[in-house]
Design a protein around this ligand. Sequence first.
Ligand SMILES: [Zn+2]
Length: 71
Amino acid sequence: MLCPRCAYDKTTVVGTVKGAINTRSRKCPNCGYIWKTRELPVWDTCPSGYKEYLESLFKDEEQEETKTKWH
Ligand SMILES: [Zn+2]
């Protein structure tokens, strides 16, 4: 993945939290920036209903993030 700060393309994964959706910490060796990513399935390749299932799991978390962001 490209670094969101400098667009360097050889970024490295420095940590992974595994689950239905993986959360990774990535680091850019060029500028030192660290950020988090989520690894999602490509929905077209999943059984029907899987996307809705995952969305229901992460709904509460997304709402928390929205609150933090806007209030
Ligand atoms: Zn960078």
